[in-house]
Ligand binder design. Structure first.
Ligand code: GLU
Length: 300
């Protein structure tokens, strides 16, 4: 029997640490255009599982901004803060399979790349609380995946990282686990996001394999950087988008993605997006890790 084609399901998954800025609009727009051009479904997931880093009101502000730019999800927005049972059951599965260990390392005592100091595994009975839960990375584990933009990616993950956190010491769910469980449960087939998350992908693929989820197709876009090479973010004061300039913002994001310039008479987000869907070409997007905002004439 021929394999059944799986319908395209994509998503944009912002963390509500601040308002939408040009960098996040680029990721939202590219994931939207790619989904639409494939006749797929596009979802928005609010990754609100890290209250200490969040800004009050940012989640709603992001959703309003997306709407002002014509980027409207096809299904109800999923809030990660409502998903703790699902994350717990994934942890239970990993625990039952003997893949987790408790770790009370402090920031100062962790090993390379934030891994455990290496001694917690042998002293499980005396690990103090609060403690983190970490998943073991098998020493021989390697990951290869074809990134749709950046080409073949390979990492000997077991050599670069012995373990990583799936439940934080402060009791919060860890991004790596939550993103895998949600992408899996939401049936996401295609992930289009910034290159700042490229080094998380091998860990996420390992968790997908351990939890029995299919691995989506990945596409990592260049991130937009300031003059001194910093990624646009709240921390380096990326200006929030002005929603009343939605069409101009979308044009700027399309220029960053090196897409065909929409005709000047398209002055509203919806017709502009229709044009951009029709002409969306991933081949035009620079296959680079970053592009400076200055190349768009922006003073950042
Ligand atoms: N919430 C993450 C962020 O805003 C993105 C997660 C993802 O796209 O996988 O950086």
């Amino acid at each position: 029997m021929p394999a059944q084609a799986t319908a395209y399901r994509g998503r944009f998954a912002p963390s509500p640490t601040g308002p939408l800025h040009l960098g996040s609009l680029i990721a939202a727009l590219a994931s939207f255009l790619d989904a639409r051009q494939h006749g797929g479904t596009w979802l928005v997931r609010m990754e609100d599982i890290d209250p200490p880093r969040e800004e009050p009101g940012a989640a709603q502000r992001i959703l309003n901004s997306l709407e002002a730019h014509g980027l409207i999800a096809d299904e109800t927005v999923l809030y990660q803060s409502s998903r703790s049972d699902a994350y717990q059951s994934a942890l239970d599965t990993l625990f039952a399979d003997g893949l987790l260990f408790s770790c009370d390392c402090t920031r100062a005592s962790t090993g390379p790349n934030g891994s455990c100091c290496g001694r917690c595994r042998e002293r499980q009975a005396s690990v103090s609380t609060p403690c983190a839960l970490r998943v073991n990375v098998p020493a021989e584990y390697t990951v290869s995946f074809p990134d749709r933009l950046q080409g073949l990616q390979s990492e000997a993950l077991g050599k670069s990282l012995s373990d990583f956190v799936v439940k934080r010491k402060d009791g919060l769910d860890a991004y790596q686990l939550a993103v895998v469980v949600d992408d899996g449960d939401q049936g996401i087939t295609h992930i289009v996001r910034g290159c700042d998350l490229l080094d998380s992908t091998p860990r996420q693929i390992l968790l997908q394999e351990l939890l029995g989820y299919a691995t989506p197709r990945y596409c990592h876009l260049p991130v937009i950087t300031t003059r001194d090479g910093q990624k646009f973010s709240k921390q380096n004061h990326a200006p929030p988008l002005n929603d009343s300039l939605a069409t101009e913002n979308l044009r700027l994001a399309l220029r960053f993605l090196q897409q065909l310039e929409p005709p000047a008479e398209l002055q509203q987000p919806d017709p502009l997006l229709r044009y951009a869907i029709e002409h969306w070409s991933l081949q035009q997007v620079p296959a680079q890790a970053s592009v400076a905002a200055a190349t768009l004439g922006l003073d950042a």
